[in-house]
Write a protein that binds this ligand. Structure first.
Ligand SMILES: [Zn+2]
Length: 449
């Protein structure tokens, strides 16, 4: 920690490069181990506050619980009367199993054209780009066109209870007048070759997220000696229900975002598609190839993840429980729950652990156009597309305040073909060039939007 912060202590430039910022942020271990902790967000918040106050900003730290620090800052715009804009980024990371890595995951190692470490692509990269924009505004004596609200938040990796969710319910005043928001979940280049071997560059920008429905299932029966043959067995009730749920085929549901994504990528690659039937959609997804296909979740999903029952082999337990991870296409939640209840049958009940329906933001909007313009200004080959995130981000929390959220954490193309990787896994890393170009795109966007 103190080593990571020493560049400030010895008086290095007040506006370090985005790469230095990212490396220093990674070197502060802010692994999120859930409500029981430990959690390192306070140290990241202190670092951000130190950086910002050094150049004259007055950020505010709001703690939802001891150590669960959120940093808020509002920067007035040059023009009045415009909607404000929100940039949010989470400061926590998922833990890393250091012995499986080829570098120390919490050292901020810079080598071979990459920044290495936990958070390098999720999402200390964008936190660094955002900080870089703020520092450079002061350095240049400029600022944003419209009011900008910056929220560096805790706890995204565990659902945002101590971060975005808490801010939205306890401090909504910070987000008054905000017209739209950006955060992680898009704005990074992916490539695909067409039939002639020509490479096309796509920049999917998140405009929708599948819903997150986490549930606990509970089956009850009659406990007793396991030698009985006729038992009213809670375990059997539960696994029967889980079997039905896990093998259920969820229907295709194409929201406007996904339809636009398929149509625009297909047109760019010269692939003819017919999306009027399920078969046509399936064929289009195959034709797009595995990389692009992964950005078009067309169905809900359901996965059993936790099982709990019993304590002795010859005792039938009276209760058996499971947890399931359900993801829904936006707008299909009610239908999906109806189907789940039908599949559960009469012997199993459910309750929500987390219930966050899917969200959508318009992509025929000035916000989306401004995002596309900022990307194209840096890469004139860029095809900017809306896409549906299969998982979830803090955008769902801010959507509760009516704020449309865009997944736009821009990165550029590394000229030597390096790609970011290792998110939530081993050897997470970010190409230096990708981050540097991304920081330029973000600064231009936040200054001009
Ligand atoms: Zn993230």
């Amino acid at each position: 920690m103190s080593d990571a912060l020493s560049p400030i202590a010895v008086g290095s430039p007040i506006s370090p490069s985005v790469v230095e910022l990212c490396s220093q942020l990674i070197a502060i271990d802010s692994s999120n181990y859930g409500p029981g902790g430990p959690n390192g967000e306070r140290a990241v918040a202190d670092y951000i506050v130190e950086r910002l106050t050094a150049v004259g900003y007055e950020p505010v730290v709001l703690e939802s619980a001891p150590g669960r620090a959120n940093v808020l800052l509002r920067v007035p715009g040059r023009e009045s009367g415009l909607d404000a804009f929100l940039v949010h980024g989470h400061t926590d990371v998922v833990p890393a199993e250091a012995d499986q890595w080829s570098v120390d995951p919490f050292a901020g190692v810079i080598k071979d054209g990459y920044i290495w470490g936990r958070g390098a692509m999720d999402m200390k990269d964008m936190v660094a780009s955002t900080l870089s924009t703020l520092l450079r505004w002061k350095e240049k004596g400029t600022g944003p066109r419209r009011d900008m609200v910056f929220a560096f938040v805790a706890d995204e990796e565990a659902g945002g209870t101590f971060g975005a969710q808490w801010l939205v319910s306890e401090h909504p005043e910070w987000f008054a007048g905000v017209g739209a928001a950006i955060s992680e979940g898009g704005g990074t280049p992916v490539s695909e070759k067409d039939a002639d071997g020509k490479t096309h560059w796509f920049y999917p920008v998140g405009t929708a997220e599948r819903g997150t429905l986490h549930m606990r299932l509970r089956a009850t029966g009659e406990s007793g000696h396991a030698s009985r043959g006729w038992a009213d067995n809670a375990v059997t009730h539960l696994i029967d229900a889980l079997g039905r749920l896990a093998h259920h085929g969820w229907p295709i549901s194409l929201i406007p975002t996904s339809r636009a994504f398929i149509e625009q990528t297909a047109a760019e690659l010269g692939i003819a598609v017919d999306l009027s039937t399920d078969e046509g959609v399936e064929a289009a997804l195959v034709a797009l190839g595995p990389v692009l296909r992964s950005d078009v979740p067309t169905r809900g999903s359901l996965n059993p993840t936790v099982l709990q029952a019993g304590y002795k082999v010859n005792v039938i337990p009276g209760v058996a429980e499971a947890e399931i991870d359900v993801r829904s296409i936006p707008g299909t939640e009610e239908k999906m729950l109806e189907e789940i209840d039908h599949l559960l049958g009469p012997r199993v009940t459910r309750e929500f652990i987390a219930e966050a329906p899917g969200i959508s933001a318009p992509f025929d909007s000035e916000w989306f156009s401004a995002i596309a313009d900022a990307i194209v200004a840096a890469d004139d080959e860029a095809v900017v597309l809306p896409y549906l995130l299969g998982g979830g981000t803090d955008a769902k929390a801010f959507a509760k305040l009516g704020i449309p959220g865009y997944g736009f954490a821009p990165l550029g193309r590394d000229p030597e073909g390096r790609r970011e990787g290792g998110m939530h896994g081993v050897d997470e890393r970010m190409p230096i060039a990708a981050l540097e170009i991304g920081a330029t795109i973000l600064e231009k966007f936040l200054t001009e939007v």
